[in-house]
Design a protein around this ligand. Structure first.
Ligand code: MG
Length: 257
């Protein structure tokens, strides 16, 4: 069931989203060669808690496995999502790092991810980041009443395909609210039959739209830690995400300052 949010609910979600945006603003400033992903995690945790929120990802349950052990995900180069921060992993020149942040404020979740360059990056990585961010904006532009969820998926898929990269299929965007993952799923590609069955977008729906894009093919695998998702071919990948609300006037981005 898709849960519609009231004006009061959206006010709380805006606050959760603002905290997530503050974390991204601070971490963006920290990114440089030599910084550990554990240091990024510690800073994020501090900011989230200082604003009266809880890091949504910390202790997030894994079916039959270990719960997520950190407050943010730090995913470098061929790591797509769910990378675990470590005091043994330093950023290096030319890396790209995807940082995913979730904050729960008064029971409401904000969720946003961004892929950042570490110093100068190679041309393929630069085009990958541009394509993935651009596809996020293309998807968000479709998030308006009268459209269906699949219109978001189609815009993302087309934008990425035109630039010669591949949309990941095993992970998707989602509804967001009191839970980090709610209905509907927001695929980053058009699944067979989706045009007929896709839910209509309506005011009060809140979605985390999050294209994940690979330089090579779309396949991924999970490392032995049970969390870290890497591309199967070892090539680079990127991840951009905002939480948004559908309003009468179109999309409102919640994860902004
Ligand atoms: Mg996220």
């Amino acid at each position: 069931m898709i849960l519609l949010k009231s004006k009061a609910d959206l006010a709380e979600m805006r606050e959760a989203g603002r905290i997530v945006a503050r974390v991204h603003e601070a971490l963006r400033e920290m990114i440089r060669p030599g910084v550990t992903t554990a240091a990024l995690n510690a800073r994020a945790d501090e900011i989230i808690r200082r604003h009266g929120a809880i890091p949504t990802f910390l202790g997030y349950p894994h079916t039959g496995k270990n719960d997520f052990p950190a407050s943010i995900c730090t995913s470098i180069n061929e790591v797509l999502v769910h990378g675990i921060p470590s005091d043994q992993r330093w950023l290096e020149p030319g890396d790209i790092i995807s940082i995913d942040v979730g904050a729960t404020y008064h029971g409401w979740v904000g969720d946003a991810a961004w892929t950042y360059p570490v110093g100068a990056i190679d041309d393929v990585s630069r085009r990958l980041l541009e394509a993935t961010e651009g596809s996020l904006w293309a998807g968000i532009a479709q998030a308006r009443p009268g459209n269906r969820v699949v219109d978001i998926s189609a815009a993302i898929e087309a934008y990425v395909a035109q630039r010669g990269f591949a949309v990941v299929r095993e992970y998707t965007g989602h509804g967001v609210g009191r839970n980090m993952h709610e209905e509907p799923q927001v695929l980053n590609y058009v699944a067979p039959g989706a045009r007929r069955t896709s839910p209509m977008l309506q005011p009060g729906m809140t979605l985390a739209i999050e294209p994940m894009v690979n330089v090579g093919n779309w396949r991924t695998r999970i490392l032995a830690d049970g969390w870290t998702v890497v591309t199967l071919d070892g090539k680079r990948c990127a991840h951009f995400e905002h939480s948004i609300a559908i309003t009468e006037d179109g999309p409102e981005i919640l994860t902004v300052l």
